[in-house]
Write a protein that binds this ligand. Structure first.
Ligand code: SAH
Ligand code: SF4
Ligand code: F3S
Length: 496
């Protein structure tokens, strides 16, 4: 098995100029991307499609129809990583079937598992043609060409490019962006320097990087022109963003300034940002919640634990009371602000008292929604080496208690909405004909009876019923129509 690491020479931009690599006969190709992980991966997958579009690759809905399949992967917990190898097994069979029929399928692994385990993937799954990481997908045209040249030269080795390049991929991504729809993601910050002891992100995404404000604003304008009414600014630690100000000259902005500037763009109805770190929540950002009407009153602020001992062992660099104070301050600017969070249960050394402190924090804050995970030891992270790993059965028991508590808070939060009128931005059809779905300011899914002409519009909805993961209601301007039934509605797939 030979690994051909991608050459380190400077690469040219991955843009339309590469169409000539492939000749006319190649300009009609199909692409399937499967995405796991966080919103950043969803954004990245869309950008990969943008990079490949000038080469003639058009998105399709099934791997069976695709000339190229990319698995955009997540390494955050063991389960997330394992999924990649089982999916690869299925794709291997598909690739074989295609080869028997005289066809070809280029198989690529991208994302955080690609970054962390690139060489191992090529060793374990030699039918994989290409592995690249989150920071090199702007090079896709050249990498695809390398795969093809390799084939021509009879070299069976897969191409590997998991470099952290000196150039920023954002400078090389095409301006042409495929439709992200009414609610669009925009990456403003990437990577992380915090090194929480449980987390792989600083290793898979690399050092913290902030895009310049001018390039973010330009992308936001393009998204709005392309139909976006809502933009979510993304970053692994989005509120650590400190990008170059539009005027340049070494001036920097914080996220509070960026939020204010994006909110002013004509045509944008709503603005959100995720994911925030409690340490980086400054006064300018908090006050924006009281001053910028487009900024939604919902913040995803992961706390992980309510125990100071565990927070210290996690290297979170904040205490439980710091978190409480931050939330109090946010609510001084916006009294109805709702919060979601992430929790890790069973971090090494977590005692019953530590767990009780987490439950106490949950009771104090009152979360509208939350994600909770059993601690998963990740190779190469400091916490994986700690003694006192918590037995699986204890983790299961605590997780059930915690989720019960969080679920009842979520139900209470949804129930409290019944009878109120909320602005809803409709962005998709409902499950049933004659239904449309949108989001409340607090990210709740809201279903109403209405037709697709509502999509893209904000409308007032009177909430008539609450369900565990959604609300139903009726349009205030449409008279006394029946409320849509929302039984069997699910929350969006839990990511990250
Ligand atoms: N940057 C964000 C979180 C990114 S990862 C932050 O600072 O909070 C998303 C979530 O995955 C984390 O908030 C954490 O709750 C969870 N997570 C990360 N590593 C994990 C691990 N090793 N085991 C279990 N959950 C983990
Ligand atoms: Fe991971 Fe978030 Fe901690 Fe960074 S701040 S190491 S992304 S959990
Ligand atoms: Fe997963 Fe990478 Fe996102 S590990 S959570 S895809 S940053």
């Amino acid at each position: 098995m030979s690994f051909r690491a991608a050459p380190r020479r400077a690469r040219s931009p991955g843009s339309a100029g590469f169409a000539w690599w492939f000749g006319r006969q190649d300009l009609n190709k199909t692409l399937f991307i499967k995405t796991w992980g966080c919103q950043m991966n969803v954004y990245d997958s869309a950008r990969m499609a943008d990079v490949l579009a000038p080469l003639g690759y058009k998105p399709v809905d099934r791997p069976d129809d695709a000339d190229m399949v990319i698995l955009n992967t997540c390494h955050i917990r063991e389960k997330a990583s394992e999924k990649v190898f089982s999916e690869l097994g299925r794709l291997r069979a598909l690739k074989k079937r295609k080869a028997v029929g005289g066809g070809q399928m280029l198989l690529a692994v991208a994302g955080c598992v690609g970054q962390a385990e690139g060489a191992e993937i090529l060793a374990r799954a030699p039918y994989v043609d290409l592995v690249f990481g989150p920071q090199t997908f702007h090079r896709l045209p050249e990498l695809v060409a390398e795969v093809r040249e390799g084939r021509r030269n009879g070299d069976p080795g897969g191409v590997l490019d998991t470099e952290f390049p000196p150039e920023s991929k954002f400078d090389f991504l095409p301006e042409e962006q495929g439709g992200q729809g009414l609610s669009a993601f925009l990456a403003v910050q990437e990577g992380c320097d915090k090194f929480c002891t449980f987390c792989v992100v600083p290793y898979t995404r690399g050092a913290e990087f902030s895009r310049p404000a001018a390039s973010i604003l330009a992308e936001a304008r393009r998204l709005i022109q392309g139909g976006a009414r809502e933009i979510t600014l993304l970053g692994q630690n989005v509120n650590a963003w400190h990008g170059e100000a539009p005027e340049g000259g070494g001036h920097r902005w914080g996220l509070g300034s960026l939020v204010r500037a994006v909110a002013e763009l004509e045509g944008l109805a709503r603005l959100r940002y995720t994911t925030s770190h409690p340490r980086d929540l400054d006064e300018a950002l908090m006050s924006a919640h009281g001053e910028v009407p487009q900024l939604m009153p919902f913040v995803h602020l992961p706390v992980q634990s309510g125990s100071d001992t565990i927070l210290a062992a996690m290297n979170r660099r904040h205490t439980a009371d710091d978190y409480r104070r931050q939330v109090d301050r946010l609510r001084q600017f916006r009294a109805d602000l709702a919060l979601s969070s992430d929790f890790i249960i069973g971090f090494p050394g977590e005692s019953d008292a530590d767990f009780a402190a987490t439950l106490a924090l949950i009771d104090d804050i009152g979360f509208a929604q939350a994600y909770s995970f059993k601690y998963s030891p990740r190779p190469g992270t400091p916490a994986a080496e700690l003694d006192q790993q918590v037995p699986e059965a204890v983790k299961d028991e605590r997780l059930a208690i915690l989720q019960d508590r969080l679920n009842s808070q979520q139900r209470a939060f949804n129930q409290a909405a019944v009878g109120s009128v909320m602005p809803v931005l409709f962005d998709r059809s409902g499950r049933r004909p004659g239904q449309v779905m949108g989001r409340s300011p607090f990210m709740q899914a809201v279903h109403v009876a209405g037709d697709v002409s509502r999509l893209g519009a904000l409308a007032d909805v009177r909430i008539t019923a609450a369900h565990p993961n959604s609300l139903s209601g009726r349009l205030v301007d449409s008279g006394p129509v029946e409320a849509a039934s929302a039984d069997a509605l699910q929350a969006p797939e839990v990511i990250a």
